[in-house]
Design a protein around this ligand. Structure first.
Ligand SMILES: C[S@@+](CC[C@H](N)C(=O)[O-])C[C@H]1O[C@@H](n2cnc3c(N)ncnc32)[C@H](O)[C@@H]1O
Length: 232
């Protein structure tokens, strides 16, 4: 299951990479599901994938259990990610794998500040997304060239954000929760599932950062993967 599959980019990958699997993509938005359906039709895999307009909070309405649940970029946009992850975890088959991606506080530092600036300057027009995009674009245009928020936008996001929908999604989204390590740990623990690891393990290898100092590596070896002291 691809929960919150959007326009089906990852759903299509799942279908192609798992030729024996039956895949279902669910999403709240009928418009985005139509794009997902068309995408899979064009790549000739429409017969092995189903798309359904359904909230992940109602995943219990789907029959059966899933060996793989993928939910990328979704839980942090829901009002209650803990209830969301629990609703999905209930549908995982024993021994199954559940892959999630949520926003990180540190990675979105500049974005958060810009969101706050737009909200302040929008004042009582908060919630008017067209107006929010206009104010945001005005702020970026006015900021000095060397400003950190402006530089980050230019280097990292401007290619997609020239589209107003993408700009709005980033800077005036009505619902966003960003995670740090302790809050991510809480979210995962709330699912009742075992944490098997990060899907980008090389990024988390301490040797990459402090490998030149064996004493530090030795100290770090007493920590578990969440950075807490291991009892052993
Ligand atoms: C940022 S998009 C991510 C799409 C896709 N997973 C991807 O990685 O390209 C977030 C998607 O979550 C969907 N969504 C938000 N809340 C949802 C919910 N409660 N149940 C199902 N889908 C939801 C939105 O409609 C949107 O398509």
């Amino acid at each position: 299951m691809d929960a919150g599959c959007g326009s089906g980019v990852s759903t299509e990958y799942l279908v192609h990479l798992n030729p024996l699997a039956e895949v279902i993509g669910i999403d709240l938005s009928a418009g985005t599901l139509a794009v997902a359906q068309e995408r899979c039709q064009r790549s000739g895999v429409a017969d092995r994938v189903q798309f359904k307009q359904l909230s992940l909070f109602d995943a219990d309405q789907l029959p059966g259990e899933f060996d793989l649940i993928n939910s990328v970029g979704v839980l942090h946009h829901t009002a209650d990610p803990i209830r969301g992850i629990q609703a999905l975890a209930q549908k995982l088959a024993p021994g199954g794998i559940f892959h999630i991606f949520v926003y990180a506080e540190l990675g979105r530092w500049e974005i958060r500040l810009m969101q706050e600036a737009i909200a302040l300057l929008q004042s009582d027009r908060q919630g008017d997304y067209t107006h929010g995009v206009k104010v945001g674009r005005q702020i970026f245009a006015a900021l000095p060239e060397q400003n950190r928020l402006k530089q980050r936008e230019k280097e990292r996001w401007s290619i997609e954000n020239h589209r107003d929908e993408c700009f709005a999604d980033m800077y005036v989204h009505p619902q966003e929760i960003d995670y740090n390590i302790p809050t991510l740990k809480k979210l995962i623990e709330a699912s009742g599932l075992d944490f098997v690891g990060f899907s980008n393990p090389t990024v988390w290898q301490l040797e990459r950062l402090i490998g030149s100092n064996p004493e530090l590596i030795d100290r770090a070896s007493q920590l578990d993967e969440w950075g807490t002291l291991s009892p052993y």
